[in-house]
Design a protein. Structure first.
Lengths: 262, 237
């Protein structure tokens, strides 16, 4: 078997590889590989002119243009603040229940998951500006804006209000700077005064620091964590809701919750 | 779940086509060799002065076919420009994704050699494999690499778009006029006006070198225009 025949036999397999990939970037790379192999065949058939053109256009230019297109459309962009157990940085990786749900959802759509961390107050603006597809990270349905699409709650939670002991006049939320959850952690560690409203996941993380200096009040109502989507993303909302329903019914959601919170 | 079945159909048909092609290629085609082909091989280099027989055929004997290939490319660029101009460029600032150092540094390192390779392919197209089409695309790809690393706006600012587009059409006009020249002068057979020169010299092959340079410039500008229009009207790349 000559090398030319070997490459020719290889071609259909590379083509099949490229066609069957669900992740777009892998499919595009498969296509580039196909072009490169094909140009090697041309070279072996004594057609170097055609081989050069095939490499320049098929393997380089077309692959490039597809990669650029995918950069805009092949991503599922998540924004949110860090929430322990839900959406959490662990070194270079991001872990947590919501990360796992959304990573599965992105895989289902054939997209790459990208997470941008933003302070809680900026998250909704980012969605409305069209910079992100889904907001996550311990969002509780009461404080979510009405303009945005909401999913059904995937995990019940509670809200807790911490009040610094000597805080004679509680700081208004509007006065405080936009802060990340890590800033809240720092503030509590330093026993700073102030009023903080925290959901259950964050409250547990904060309570490990010792809350002797704070008065804790549980807001009496039932809350649950949700995802938020921009108002014009009806289809994505339906698919995410369907995905969540599927997870709920198959019991996978319950298992994930047990894994992260037990 | 509609996708797996469709994917299976595509994959199956692609496999079938590939295996058919494989079967066809395993036969030897004796019948395909015709008189014209033999004549090209025998006299191509003497007639045109180009050491690269492929260039001799598509830029001399079959220049008429190549003119339409150039027109196809021009129409493709025109189509991209026409349909994307109807789409409003997005007003809102899309947050730029910070690029990794790896891409920036490799773009800095790779851009000069890629550009040089493109110019080499254009200028030596009549002597060795290459030519205007492949050389222009190689240089355009180098520019695309820069656009990925630096951002398309930065690269676009260094080019004067309107002048570039006019220049592109000027190049097309020059190619057509150059091709029309022997026809107007009624020289029979319709061969090159310039002398073939000594085979293997840098300046040889008659007008082939000029055609290659013109086509290379045209393809380079066309590649950039396509990329830039996509960026401007579909958002940051």
């Amino acid at each position: 078997m000559t090398s030319q025949q070997a490459l020719l036999v290889l071609l259909p397999f590379i083509a099949a590889f490229g066609l069957t990939r669900r992740r777009r970037l892998t499919a595009v790379i498969g296509m580039g590989m196909f072009s490169l192999t094909l140009s090697a065949v041309y070279l072996l058939l004594h057609a170097p002119d055609v081989a050069i053109t095939e490499v320049a256009i098929g393997a380089a230019l077309v692959t490039f243009i597809y990669v650029l297109a995918i950069r805009k459309t092949g991503r599922l962009v998540i924004v949110g603040d860090e929430a322990p157990g839900l959406l959490e940085r662990e070194g270079d990786r991001i872990t947590g229940l919501e990360q796992e749900i959304l990573a599965g959802f992105a895989r289902h759509l054939g997209l790459d998951l990208v997470v941008h961390f933003l302070p809680r107050e900026e998250v909704e603006e980012a969605l409305l500006r069209g910079e992100a597809d889904i907001a996550a990270g311990g969002i509780v349905h009461v404080d979510a804006e009405d303009r945005l699409l909401k999913t059904q709650g995937h995990l019940p939670t509670g809200l807790f209000q911490l009040t610094g002991e000597d805080a004679a006049e509680p700081k208004q939320a509007q006065e405080t700077e936009w802060i990340y959850f890590s800033d809240v952690l720092e503030a509590v560690r330093a026993q700073e005064k102030g009023v903080y409203t925290l959901d259950l996941a964050r409250f547990i993380a904060v309570s490990r620091l010792g809350l002797s200096g704070y008065a804790v009040e549980r807001l009496s109502s039932s809350f649950s964590y949700i995802f938020l989507l921009p108002p014009d993303r009806e289809e994505l909302h339906q698919r995410l809701s369907a995905h969540l329903d599927h997870l709920r019914q198959s019991g996978e959601l319950g298992e994930m919750i047990r894994r992260y919170f037990s | 779940m509609r996708w797996p079945s469709r994917g299976m159909i595509i994959t199956a048909s692609a496999l079938a086509i590939c295996f058919c092609a494989l079967l066809i290629m395993m036969f030897d085609y004796h019948g395909a060799r015709e008189e014209a082909g033999a004549a090209y091989i025998e006299r191509g280099t003497i007639d045109t002065g180009a050491a690269n027989l492929v260039a001799a055929i598509y830029l001399n004997y079959r220049l008429f076919d190549t003119l339409f290939e150039i027109l196809v490319f021009s129409v493709a660029v025109l189509g991209v420009r026409f349909y994307l101009a109807q789409q409003r460029g997005s007003e809102k600032e899309i947050a730029r994704i910070p690029e990794s150092q790896v891409i920036r540094i490799s773009a800095d390192l790779l851009f000069p050699p890629i550009l040089l390779l493109g110019i080499y392919l254009v200028l030596f197209g009549h002597l060795s494999p290459g030519g205007g089409f492949s050389g222009g695309t190689v240089a355009g790809t180098g520019l695309l690499l820069c656009a990925v690393a630096l951002g398309a706006d930065v690269v676009a600012r260094r080019f004067h778009e309107a002048a570039l587009e006019r220049f592109e059409w000027g190049v097309l006009l020059a190619i057509l006029l150059l091709a029309l020249f022997p026809v107007v002068l009624r020289r029979l057979p319709l061969t090159d006006l310039l002398s073939p020169g000594r085979v293997g010299n840098m300046v040889s092959g008659g007008s082939i070198l000029i055609y290659n340079v013109l086509i290379g410039v045209k393809v380079f500008i066309g590649t950039w225009v396509i990329i830039h229009y996509f960026v401007r009207h579909r958002g940051e790349i």
